[in-house]
Design a protein. Sequence first.
Lengths: 409, 350
Amino acid sequence: MQRNTFFKLTAALAADLLLSATASAQTTTINVAAFADFAGPYANVMPQMQGGRLAVIEWWNKEVGSKLNVQIVVKTYDTRYDVAQTASLWPGIKAEVKPALVLGLGGPDAAALQQRLPEDKVAMLLGTAAYGFGWKPNQWVLNLRPTYPHEAAGFLEWFRATKLEGKRPVKVAIIASEATPAYADMAKGLQSYAKANPDKASFVEAIWTEVQPTDLTLAVRRLVNAGTDVIVIQTNTAQAVATKRALQALGKNVPIMLSLHNGLAGSSKALGDPNGFAGDFEVGAIADASESDTTARKFYQLLQEKYGLKSTWNAMTVMGLGQSIVAVRAIEATIKSKGVGKATGEAVRETLLASQFTGNDLMGILPGVDFNNDAPFPTGTAKVNIATMKDGKVVRSAGDVTVPTVPKW
Amino acid sequence: MDPSGIFSTSYARDRALIRTRAQWVTLALFIGILLIYPWFASARLVAVANLMLVTSIVVVGLQITTGYAGQINLGQAAFMGVGAYAASVVEVKAGLPFWVAVPVAGLVAALAGWLFGLTAARIKGFYLALTTIAAQFIFHFMVLNLPSSWLGGVNGFSLEPARLGTFLFNTDRSLYYLFLVVTMVMIFGAFGILRSRHGRAFVAVRDDDVAAGMMGIDVAEAKSRAFVLGAFYAGIGGALWAYQVRYVSVDQFTLFNSIWFIAMMIVGGLGSIMGALIGTVLIRGVQEIITSLGPDLIERIPSLSSDLIFASMNVFLGLIITLFLLLEPKGLMHRWNILKTNYRLWPFHH
């Protein structure tokens, strides 16, 4: 009897081991390379973004990948936000990891690889808004959000309709810097929009200042005297704080439109007043980090509770979540359409260009994504969320505001 | 000092760079290793070598300006940028091949260097340092503000791969051979310049420009020439960089890059071509090792978060450079020269 039990147990164990071995043998691994900056200019916010990226991969592997017998493995490389570092790392990554997709961080990654990726047949996804200089056909570096001027234009049309009741064009000024092409591009794009839409926006002035300005009172006084309705600042927190201080010194209250990476909460913190940017706006074509009980927020909470997400609910985390959710959906769609073994870099890019991911597919993190060969960012589905600050909290002002057409600049 | 028993019996022999049979054999072996390197090294190591070759040309140029002629230059990255943009314009706008674009890039950068060299004739020290920082900013603002049809503005330039006849330099391995040849030519040229009367004038001006002037050296011209040469090297390096990345934008050539070039030169040893090469290989090598180590450590010790590991790696890099400057401020070549002299004198101490 005892011997029989022993044999049965042994047989059961052997069968179990065999089954699990077979199952694990059938599990396919798909590699994704992620570029990070833990030692460069974005070192302080990188852990938030990275946390968002990894939690989504963890979630997908367990919820979707296990059913498809696929596991996505992310290998992270610190490029220090440096073109040379990315350029020297890439050949090794390509040869050793053979990634199906790259999660990039920003301009230096795109600069280093935009000519190589088409030859190496791997696409790169960036979580930031796009730039005019990347607006070329047949790109392999794809942004999840339209350009910064597109996002600003979406806000300006909403502002005109709701605050000015559509009676006159919005008088808009921008504060930027010539220190980097990316910052200069924001101003040039906005000028292009205003020039093409004189009935909707009137461009007052572009204030070119340092990346970290100390005092902008004189420049802001000029804008105030010109009757500016909105000041756009999509560069960084330092410029937002300097502008706010200038407005406070002048005793004026012109609304400021910020982007997500220099958003309301971060800028208020830098100003030293938790409610410092009350009445100003934060705009981005991705879920905002508002207190609202949105689909994106619920997904974030799920990742926090079940998948070890430690990053707080802020713009950088949202960008990390957005990058990864598009990546996993693209890989998932490729597997479903072409088969597990054919999820190559080229196939994933084809899927990205051919598919239209809805807001639901992307767990509400993005309004939808529809890349095409003409522009390396979503155009048809692009919508912005607008948030404002009230009693020290970021609250939503408007959701899914349509992004207008902006002529190429 | 020559090894024991080696005597120069002619002027030509006395001026020779390679003086003994052992040195010839070592050099031949070294070149042989460099030639077969891409066939044995991984793709990543070949890419790293490419970057080192390009950087070493730029740092050798800086060594001529700063290490030999004593003219501080914090704008070497800007001259590199001038070269990269010049090569891009020659290729994209004029449609000329890379073998025209690369020397033209060097000449255009040399012209920019000459302009800043003129200021070096009048000022020195911190004032000169500030002027060369200005080069960095002038380059930046010119590229961004000139009509974008000229220098691409914020859009930058995208380049096609370098081409020689029907052969395309579009792989890391082919680029390696191109860069190796250019680097060897540039280094050979640097040795030649520095052993000529111009090189001796540079050293005299560096050591005491008043005394150099009294000896009949045109100090202003020597300083200006040092800038021209340094910038020429930077321009050639910039052109090669443009063909490696094949996308040129202004933010690839920052003041931060210039400071790294100076660090490479100091770590290797001021006033030594070999020092510039060793400094470049060492700093770039440590950077690359640390960058590669991060992901492996994360895989092996998953309990440590990635941000902690990557941040520690970069603190470690800073620590290595700081310790190096504290313990060997005259650079690696100084230590090597001491070792070499001791070996040649052995068993005698004097």
